[in-house]
Design a protein around this ligand. Structure first.
Ligand code: MN
Length: 415
């Protein structure tokens, strides 16, 4: 399968991918929905208005400047639209390929547009689903004997995050202030000194569930529109003092960076694999009928101030996660809590078994005791002002990859 748009084999956005995003051609223009193909965006708002694509229901999904309406439409509509886009972009189909005037209207250069968040996110939840991450953090703070809390192997632990501070890739992140407390002495109000990233992936909820009902693991895939990269920026010093007993709060809520392109579960289906063995076996409502992990390679890089290149500091994989997205969604709704289209649920830091696969500076530098040396000779225990953190991810197919683009943010000094 090839497109008439030229896409190199190691490019994130071949015709097998077709991730959805929201963009403005110029900052003043209304937001539109598009799919990424190679270095271009195909403008679905214009294609829909021109009736080059249509939905089963007859509804128009792409005029609102967000993906919420399309996310709510469900898998039948998703497949229907994707099939039309695949046909329209394929190399043997002349309709768009040979229509110069239409091509000028519907193709935009990705480098020239302004990306927006893909959806209006009503609620954002962050899980804690990597056994390796939870074990590392537990070992640091409670010792190896008590690394995992008693509940961890029985349910996907999570907390309610803050949707107002979600940022699309490229937006800067201001170093936060807060209460910090050294081991000896009273708390002080100061800028965080221990700013960190967390390598995560998140999924957008498609059709929701009514209050009082729940979504089973069997049905969960029909309620998940697609996935993005997530950097759950974390101020470790704020977090450490505030988190007892209710969990993360201001140490997390100042910023969360998302990649702009939502890769659909349909595009990721060839990369669905068995996850880790779950022992003890989870309760019935958390059992999944089939493979529910995804083989998605992940990496994190740091670009120091004024540097041109990025130093890769972490290589991990989505498949390491102990709790799957299906289990997360089933657990989130088991009490009757209603999920809504466009809600974002993030995985928690995705750490793997090897030290170079740890998904945060907290783990990579082991609480600051083993600093990393970057290629410019400087050391990092945590993230410094002016550093850019760049996350990337892709599933590798035979002769193509289904990629996520990037989730990037540069840290500005505290004010
Ligand atoms: Mn997190």
């Amino acid at each position: 399968m090839k497109s008439f748009i030229d896409v190199p084999v190691d490019h994130d956005f071949p015709i097998q991918n077709l991730p959805y995003g929201v963009f403005r051609a110029t900052p003043m223009e209304p937001a539109r929905v598009g799919v990424a193909i190679g270095d271009f965006i195909l403008d679905l708002t214009t294609l829909e208005d021109a009736q080059w694509i249509a939905s089963i229901s007859g509804k128009r999904y792409f005029r609102k400047g967000s993906l919420n309406a399309f996310m709510a439409a469900g898998p039948e509509e998703w497949r229907h639209v994707r099939a039309q886009l695949t046909a329209l972009l394929s190399e043997g189909e002349p309709r768009l390929r040979d229509d110069e005037a239409m091509r000028r209207r519907v193709f935009f250069d990705q480098g020239a547009v302004h990306m927006e968040l893909p959806a209006v996110v009503g609620d954002y939840t962050d899980f804690y689903s990597s056994r390796e991450h939870a074990t590392n953090v537990g070992t640091m703070f409670r010792g190896a004997e008590n690394a995992l809390m008693e509940n961890w192997l029985h349910l996907p632990v999570g907390y309610h995050g803050r949707s107002s501070s979600l940022l699309v890739s490229g937006r800067p992140v201001r170093r936060p202030h807060g209460q910090l407390k050294a081991d000896d002495g009273p708390p002080i109000h100061a800028a965080s000194k221990l700013l960190d990233f967390e390598l995560e992936m998140g999924f957008f909820v498609g059709p929701g569930n009514d209050l009082g009902t729940s979504i089973s693991t069997r049905d969960a895939a029909d309620h998940i529109f697609g996935m993005v990269l997530v950097n759950d920026w974390s101020a470790r010093d704020i977090q450490k003092w505030e988190y007892v007993p209710l969990g993360p709060f201001l140490g997390k809520s100042f910023a969360t960076t998302l990649s702009p392109w939502v890769v659909t579960l349909e595009a990721l289906e060839p990369f669905r694999v068995e996850g880790p063995v779950q022992d003890p076996p989870p309760l019935d409502y958390l059992r999944s009928p089939g493979p529910s992990a995804f083989d998605i390679q992940l990496e994190v890089g740091i670009r120091p101030p004024r540097a041109e290149s990025v130093d890769i500091v972490c290589r991990s994989n989505m498949k390491y996660l102990y709790w799957s997205m299906y289990q997360q969604l089933a657990h989130h709704t088991v009490n009757g809590c209603n999920a809504r289209p466009g809600d974002l649920m993030a995985s928690g830091t995705i750490s793997g078994p090897e030290p170079q696969s740890y998904g945060s500076m907290l783990e990579l530098s082991w609480r600051g005791t083993r600093p990393l040396t970057l290629s410019d000779g400087t050391e990092r225990r945590f993230i410094q002002d002016g550093d850019s953190v760049v996350m990337r991810g892709w599933a590798q197919g035979a002769g193509y990859r289904v990629g996520f683009g990037r989730a990037e943010g540069t840290v500005l000094p505290a004010v």
